[in-house]
Design a protein. Structure first.
Lengths: 503, 162
């Protein structure tokens, strides 16, 4: 079968010593930042992007991907042991995971999270490999109108799934789109909104926005909280092995979580966090077995389900990126940047023009998941030690890596001044209760959207109806409209608010 | 009129201001028409949309009741000031300021200065710890970025490296 020969190419690439090394580095870093509360995969990938210049593109992408799914594993450790989500996607794991830890069952909780994630990761990788080819074929049928509608769908998805106010999320997307337009207009050569600053004619670097808003903004906000809100109490871990009863309870939860996570990961705007929330809701609805511990009191399904879901979603969210060239969430938006640094235009042509990159990345994810389970279960002791490192040592280091990271992209201090501005902006967003992730997505899609809108309307001679008269485009817009309607229905709206209340 | 949600009220105003600024800026460029869009067309459209949306958010903040008024809360001036200052100092020391003929001091000095200033943003400042941290960071960065990755950073001040 073609799939297997493709995967064989992939494993051939991924099993070279250098790529194994970078997969390992990525997974290690991912676990590290996953364990540490207050620094997420978004900021880390932004920090490390410049350092990947020197690497071959496959190795760079393998490492960056490892950080993303590695963080899903690490985040659960912190959630279970210290009652703090190490990552946004582990928010729900806290509820039952920490209760289990308090009852002296931290080991089985960690094992459930680790094994569930591993299973989900393997399935997610298979889904990615299986869906990639057919979706790529669809992608070649896309014209500018379809691309524009697809981006609308992606942005609506991001808005619907953002936490907090929908209106403010729309605002952030628009703001991101506008910021993406700063710089030279490709069609007319006019430098827009650049205030005659030569550096701005190239546009605002997304690394600058990522680090300023997600790095500095977060740090300032963390430091503004009182120490008690950040305090870390680590629970003890004795014995990792879940009992037979645990296995019987968690197996169906892992399966459900994996399916749900894989599906939500593919959707534009979807991603690990939403998948975890949805999986927890489903587990709560599923029938209880006699004698099972209730939810919120340390039910192992409450750990296994969401942890499987977030890991599956973090793998399948590569599908829209690799096949259509459209990033479904902010982390994937950074991956677009990583690919463009290496002169690879994300989109359907990646599979044919760079098959070793495409399949190598997929194969590396499977290897990475295997590494992660080793990193996270037998070596759990090291990560627990790490949790005792005080924040006052960590944050100056993070500030430093952000500063070096932005400078090294262009060797220009202008970027350092820009990141300061965006740090202040990022802190403002946090203070105003606006979630910044949709901004980054809008920012990356801005120029692409304008380009496709212009082309579509040029071809239709200015007739806007082209977006609804072409079948594919119309159905994409219909799905987007449907999503909006669903989320605005009063019943769903209430549910959605409940789901995010726990954050 | 009482503001029912402070956070939303100011978010709305922010959107209105930025939307108007972009829309107004866009009118300086050629607009064109739908079939042949000029560089101003798309930003004008987005700017107007953002401003309208901002108005809706502001209006909602004045009308929709919230439990506690959604206060913005106190601003963490100290971390804000020191983190940004640390960042700016890092830039000045690393790159110098050619406009005022200030030469660069190099990566090592920049890292040490950044660590000290950033550490002032925290709740407690322990000189010895910060010193150790600064040295560790400087050595690690020198080894990773200059020795291993061979990035083109000046490591030492201009007057030493010449």
């Amino acid at each position: 079968m073609e799939l297997f020969s493709n995967l064989a190419i992939g494993f051939g690439v991924a099993f070279t010593p250098i790529n194994l090394l970078y997969a390992f580095v990525g997974c290690l870093l991912g676990t590290l930042i996953g364990v540490l509360p207050g620094i997420g995969p978004l900021a880390t990938i932004a920090m490390l992007l410049p350092a990947t210049y020197a690497l071959p593109p496959v190795s760079a992408l393998i490492m960056l991907a490892g950080i993303y799914y590695g963080a899903q594993y690490g985040g659960s450790t912190t959630a279970i042991l210290v009652n703090l989500p190490g990552e946004a996607s582990s928010v729900v794991t806290v509820i039952d995971g920490y209760q289990m830890a308090r009852q002296g069952r931290a080991g089985p909780a960690l094992a459930a999270a680790g094994l569930g994630s591993f299973f989900a990761g393997c399935v997610g990788t298979l889904v990615l490999a299986g869906f990639a080819v057919p979706l790529t074929e669809v992608a070649f049928k896309f014209g500018p109108a379809e691309y524009f509608s697809l981006m609308i769908l992606g942005l609506i998805g991001a808005i619907v799934l953002a936490s907090g106010s929908i209106l403010k999320a729309v605002g952030m997307v628009l703001l991101g789109l506008l910021m993406g337009l700063v710089g030279t207009d490709v069609n007319s050569g006019v430098a827009r909104f650049s205030f005659d600053i030569p550096e701005l004619t190239d546009g605002i670097g997304f690394i600058v926005i990522g680090m300023g808003v997600f790095g500095y903004g977060e740090i300032i906000s963390n430091l503004g909280k009182h120490a008690s809100e950040r305090k870390v109490f680590a629970a003890e871990v004795k014995g990792l092995m879940p009992t037979k009863e645990d296995f019987r309870n968690m197996a169906p939860a892992v399966l459900r979580g994996t399916l749900l996570g894989s599906a939500l990961g593919i959707l534009p705007g979807g991603g690990a966090t939403m998948a975890a929330f949805a999986a927890y809701t489903i587990e709560k609805k599923a029938k209880m077995r006699p004698g099972e511990i209730p939810f919120g009191k340390g039910n192992i399904r409450g750990v296994a389900g969401p942890e499987s879901a977030n890991n599956a979603a973090s793998q399948t969210s590569f599908i829209p990126l690799l096949t259509l060239g459209i990033p479904p969430n902010a982390v994937m938006a950074l991956m677009v940047g990583a690919m463009t640094i290496h002169n690879i235009q994300p989109g359907p042509q990646v599979m044919t023009s760079n098959p070793e990159l495409f399949w190598g990345l997929i194969a590396s994810m499977w290897i990475g998941n295997a590494m992660l389970i080793v990193l996270n279960l037998p070596l759990i002791g090291i990560w627990i030690k790490l949790l005792t490192v005080p924040y006052r040592w960590l944050f100056p280091a993070i500030v430093l890596f952000c500063a070096i990271g932005v400078y090294s992209t262009n060797n220009n201090t202008f970027d350092i001044w820009m990141v300061a501005i965006f740090g202040v902006i990022g802190y403002t967003f946090i203070k105003l209760g606006i979630e910044p992730a949709p901004l980054l997505l809008g920012f990356v899609l801005g120029p692409m959207m304008e380009e496709n809108l212009r082309r579509a309307l040029l071809l239709s001679r200015g007739d806007w109806s082209v977006f609804v008269t072409r079948g594919l485009s119309a159905s994409l817009l219909a799905v987007a409209a449907l999503l909006l309607v669903i989320v605005l229905l009063p019943a769903v709206k209430r549910k959605r608010e409940e789901a995010f209340v726990e954050e | 009129m009482r503001i029912k949600s402070q956070k939303d009220f100011f978010s709305g105003l922010l959107f209105v201001a930025v939307g108007i600024a972009f829309a107004w800026g866009a009118t300086n460029y050629k607009l064109g028409d739908a079939a042949r869009m000029g560089p101003g067309y798309f930003p004008l459209m987005l700017g107007v949309l953002l401003a309208i949306l901002g108005l809706v958010v502001t209006f909602n903040a004045l009308v929709v009741e919230t439990e506690d008024g959604d206060p913005v809360g106190s601003i963490a001036w100290k971390p804000l000031f020191f983190i940004i200052l640390a960042n700016l100092t890092f830039g000045v020391l690393l790159g110098g300021l050619p406009s005022v003929n200030l030469p660069y001091m190099g990566l090592t000095a920049a890292i040490i200065a950044l660590t000290f200033i950033a550490a002032l943003a925290g709740e407690e400042f322990r000189l010895k710890e910060v010193l150790v941290l600064a040295v560790i960071l400087a050595v690690t960065c020198y080894l990773t970025f200059i020795v291993a990755l061979k990035l083109q950073f000046p490591a030492w001040p201009a007057f030493i490296a010449g």
